[in-house]
Design a protein around this ligand. Structure first.
Ligand code: KIV
Length: 258
């Protein structure tokens, strides 16, 4: 059955929400057939699929290209697309224009916007225009140039107050859900308790309404280091290397084709 933002809202307090990223037709089919509730075309595709060092170089056109490929898999999951770097800092009209493209041309059903209170307040107009929005707080990878690196959020009283204020602002702005990235587990539990919309965590501990994993982390496809919070469910890179190595040898030994 097709999952909608309404389905996701109703899952709060019912059962945990499972979200996965996907970046193309094949990963979207995999995530969809595995039963994910939400498929995120994350701007993490900059790192995982395109080899950039951060999400900063990811443009609207890149997001449209990948989102449309994911949409062609027609998953039952809710299709969520990231609003990429710097867009949300523009005028409301521009942000709405980008969101409209992601929905109309990219086939997304909702968008995710990174930001604190000011971005949330601005996004109220986007939600009122009919674009379902997920807010993204805690570590916001699009802020990496200002942060100078990645760290955990909500470890101090002041940090928790700030996260609560941001979460409330997204709720008041009409967001259907909230993503908490790299948030202290106790702070994430507090936020989850304080808002009526579901929270989805990544590196935010178990006391949230759902979890998201980057698909290449879950499948063990990356060559480099994995984030401490990620779980590698299978070593697909190892399996693939073995298979492809066999193919290369068989060609050289004239065993393939038979
Ligand atoms: O871009 C992304 O993949 C994300 C993660 C938090 C899942 O936003």
């Amino acid at each position: 059955m097709k999952i909608t933002t309404q389905t996701i809202r109703k899952l709060k307090g019912d059962r945990p929400i499972a979200m996965l990223t996907a970046y193309d037709f094949i990963t979207a089919q995999l995530a969809g057939e595995a039963g994910a509730d939400i498929i995120l075309v994350g701007d993490s595709l900059g790192n995982t699929a395109l080899g950039f060092e951060s999400t900063i170089p990811v443009t609207v056109d890149i997001m449209l290209h990948h989102c449309a490929a994911v949409a062609r898999a027609k998953p039952d999951a809710l299709l969520l697309c990231d609003v990429p770097f710097a867009v949300a800092g523009h005028s409301t009209d521009y942000v709405l224009d980008v969101c409209t493209k992601l929905l109309q041309q990219g086939g997304a059903e909702c968008v995710k916007i990174e930001g604190g209170v000011r971005r949330a307040e601005k996004s109220a107009a986007i939600a009122r225009a009919g674009v379902p929005v997920m807010g993204h707080i805690g570590l916001k990878p699009q802020d990496v140039l200002q942060l100078g690196g990645y760290r955990k959020f909500g470890k101090t009283d002041q940090g928790r107050e700030r996260l609560l204020a941001e979460a409330k602002a997204w709720e008041d702005a009409g967001a259907f859900s909230l993503l908490l990235e790299m948030v202290d587990a106790e702070a994430a539990a507090m936020v989850t308790e304080a808002v009526s919309i579901p929270t989805i965590g990544i590196g935010a501990g178990p006391n949230v309404d759902g979890q998201v994993l980057v698909i290449s982390d879950a499948l063990g496809l990356n060559a480099g280091k994995y984030p401490g919070f990620a779980k590698k469910y299978v070593d697909l890179r190892g399996i693939a290397l073995k298979a492809l190595g066999e193919y290369v040898s068989e060609v050289r030994e004239r065993k393939f084709p038979e």
